[in-house]
Design a protein around this ligand. Sequence first.
Ligand code: HEM
Length: 289
Amino acid sequence: MNPNEKYAAIHYHSYLGLDKILEAQVPRSGQFGKEAHDETLFIIIHQVYELWFKQILHELQSLIGLFEAEAVDEKNIGSAVSRIDRINEIFKLLIHQIDVLETMTPLDFLEFRNFLFPASGFQSAQFRKTEVMLGLKMPQRFSYQEKPYYNQLSSAQQEEIKQLESQRSIFELIEDWLERTPFIKCDGFSFVEEYKIAIAKMIEREKQAITTNEYLSDEEREARLTMVSGNGEFFQQVLDPTAHAQKIEEGHVRISYDAMIAAVMIHVYRDQPILQLPCRLFGFNYDNG
Ligand code: HEM
């Protein structure tokens, strides 16, 4: 941008398109008789959600652009982290907005509900696009009235959604990126084998501490030793590719074994400068894959 260049002056109102936005709240109750006071809130809160959905889609599209690259440029991880942080903050805000919606009672809502039939949140194309771009695809969905979920959308929106369904989602792209993580296995070093040894040592240390702890009763000692052995088995399960494939089969886990191992390694070595940003890119929670 050339700071010396003179740009045509612009007014706040026209820059934000407020004529269009502030004219877009048309209560149907007003068109069919007595206008219900709370319908304006109902319209505005949905429009605000849709505006935030648009921002989330804007961020997701850029993230997909960053991770679609054959080799993701390390320099882009910083932008990716800040854009994911922004999406998370927006989701927090969307949840908080329900507090405003709840200032409308069910009876207030019923004053205009019947004028809105059959409109429904099922027809929010942006909500569906957000789900698909995040990674919720047809195989993971229920059909509604034995029809595909996008049946509620316009044909143009359906085409867009089908296009997105055929593209790789941010979940799949980050899974690919994790699977390409170097150092998992190289020059005789195997992170999984080293990690198994570290866990076995940790479990042994804990058992030793419990066994020699004179303040524990026999029952307490027994219970704690059982718990620690359980932790050991849990880690072995996590690191066992066959057990992982089984969990995917059963639908308990979605992320691939290699991507999960990479995430564990990034988490374990999160203090290494090169891994600090990648670690912030994703929350580490094994159970929901
Ligand atoms: C008084 C407030 C609200 C009521 C009573 C309400 C009611 C419902 C109902 C009954 C459904 C199930 C679909 C259906 O039967 O049509 C639904 C779905 C949905 N609503 Fe709302 N809703 C409200 C507010 C909102 C707001 C503010 C949004 C923001 C955009 C929203 C977005 C959605 C979406 C996206 C779905 C589809 C959810 C899914 O399939 O996963 N709703 N809503």
